[in-house]
Design a protein around this ligand. Structure first.
Ligand code: TXA
Ligand code: MG
Length: 346
């Protein structure tokens, strides 16, 4: 697709929310346009979820494979009834605990949602973001918004307005320039249709948090493997994804092992590492993405670090593997895909 559209940049920061600007963005969306909007996880590329032409335009703007379904965003519980045909009890309880917030629940799709939103599946993914600007835009639209992350398909999700602009300028009607995303990785995706509870994508709400409310949750094999065999339950998890242009390899080991390994690299290398690794890396180009024992800081920094590491002129990026507990599971899952499943264990 050529960069041919006239893209309007609209500044709406959380400390200076302007009603007229919210209205402007809502008007664009209501009339079938595409708008990049901030959420607490990552920036989203939004369109009216009831408008199948607008939904088709999302796939075109992102270069997204047609078999990868979208998440529908709502502002309040009243909107849910029109989107799903049935709300399981587990979904009700999780909504009470974690909505608004970084949790996406998959339920049976209602008739008003075009099949293209769900890539033809009979389920639909729904989330109520906690970002107040996102919710105000949805409320002013009066309709739910279908929105994938606002990156070009395959690239790291944008967690700053600057990166959303880098990917979407000329491809959408407007981009809301707002604060950096608080969480930094996408929402948790959990399948709740047909009496199951299955984690398809780890994210801002942890597996432990889900289980505290609804009991045992199965972890889909796609979360930690390349899923080259078997049925795909979350199409978005089967692609190489979240990747900078430079080749990425994930390296699992303690700080000394990691630093020793990357400093011996035969190719020009860069490190995407913990702050604690930095003193051990000598002159090696690096970007720290968080503190070693702090999964929230890692989630917040990972996508920006991958984009910045692409500018370091290296032939290979070695990413230090995080622990898989808490939000670390989401960070590990994203790095695994950025690395196309290439992991070195020391
Ligand atoms: O935090 C987020 O979720 C962000 C912000 C913008 O809300 N959105 C986001 O959307 O990450 P996207 O399109 O990049 O990822 C949606 C994921 C994909 O892995 C997709 O395959 C999965 O959700 N998904 C959506 N609908 C599904 C369905 N009906 N069944 C299984 N997986 C589904
Ligand atoms: Mg995405």
């Amino acid at each position: 697709m050529n960069n041919v559209m006239d893209t309007r940049l609209v500044e709406i920061y959380s400390d200076a929310v302007r009603d007229d600007r919210i209205q402007l963005v809502a008007d664009i969306l209501r009339s079938g346009g595409l708008a990049v909007i901030p959420t607490e996880t990552v920036y989203g590329l939004a369109a009216n979820a009831y408008d199948s032409d607008a939904v088709a335009a999302i796939f075109a703007a992102k270069g997204r494979p047609q078999d990868n379904p979208l998440i529908v965003h709502i502002a309040d519980m009243d909107m849910l009834g029109d989107i799903v045909s049935e709300v399981p009890d587990s979904a009700r309880r999780l909504a009470e605990a974690y909505w608004p917030g970084p949790l996406t629940m998959i339920m049976r799709r209602g008739d008003k949602i075009p099949a293209s939103v769900s890539a033809g599946l009979d389920t639909v993914a729904v989330r109520m973001p906690s970002n107040p600007i996102a919710r105000q835009i949805i409320r002013h639209c009066g309709c739910p918004l279908a929105a994938p992350s606002a990156n070009l398909s395959g690239s790291p999700s944008p967690t700053t307005a600057e990166y959303a602009i880098a990917d979407m300028m000329g491809r959408v009607d407007c981009i809301v320039m707002s604060d950096d995303c608080e969480i930094g990785v996408e929402s948790t995706v959990v399948l709740l249709a047909d009496g199951q509870a299955r984690l398809l994508r780890p994210g801002g709400i942890t597996l432990e948090q889900l289980e505290a409310v609804i009991g045992p949750v199965a972890v889909d094999s796609a979360v930690l493997s390349s899923q080259l065999t078997g049925r795909v339950s979350s199409p978005g998890m089967k692609y190489k994804h979240y990747a900078p242009k430079t080749k990425v390899i994930m390296v699992d080991g303690d700080c000394e092992q990691y630093a020793g390994y990357v400093c011996r690299s035969a190719q020009p290398a860069a490190a995407v590492c913990f702050e604690e690794d930095v003193p051990l890396l000598g002159q090696l180009p690096h970007v720290a993405y968080g503190r070693q024992g702090d999964d929230r800081s890692q989630a917040h920094g990972i996508f920006t670090a991958l984009r910045r590491a692409d500018q370091l002129g290296a032939e290979v990026i070695y990413a230090h593997a995080p622990s898989r507990s808490g939000v670390g599971l989401a960070v590990y899952n994203r790095l695994l895909r950025a690395a196309a499943f290439e992991v070195v264990t020391l």
